[in-house]
Design a binder for this molecule. Structure first.
Ligand code: H2B
Length: 112
């Protein structure tokens, strides 16, 4: 899919897309209570670590999240380890959180 279509596909991937306000953050984070707002390199992100019994299960979840990201045209950072998968969602272009990041965090939980 040409990049421009990808960017159109992902509203949060456009420069100038609105970051969530502090009030929206406080409201939205209640919907995804297992996620933690973290600031990494000055960028506010949503982070969750999923734990599994072995590497293969963590790897399978990683693949499911990767497929979700490709479908959305919006991508997390994924840190895959033995028995664990760390997922960080944020919007690169706006160096912060967009409402889409919360939607995709909730969809990530549904992949468990
Ligand atoms: C060209 C491509 O569509 C863009 O770079 C997309 C890719 N995936 C993305 N993912 C995230 N999380 N933020 C972005 O700004 C972003 N931009």
């Amino acid at each position: 899919m040409p990049q421009t279509q990808l960017e159109q596909k992902c509203e949060a991937c456009r420069a100038g897309a609105p970051q969530v306000s502090d009030a929206e953050l406080a409201e939205l984070i209640r919907v995804i209570p297992d996620w933690t707002p973290v600031v990494i390199d000055g960028v506010l992100q949503l982070q969750r670590v999923y734990e599994f019994s072995n590497f293969a299960q963590a790897w399978a979840m990683c693949d499911r999240v990767a497929a979700l990201a490709e479908e959305a045209g919006h991508h997390p950072a994924l840190l895959l380890g033995w028995g664990r998968l760390q997922v960080n969602w944020w919007s690169h272009k706006i160096r912060g959180l967009h409402r889409l990041d919360f939607e995709l965090a909730a969809k990530t939980d549904q992949l468990l």
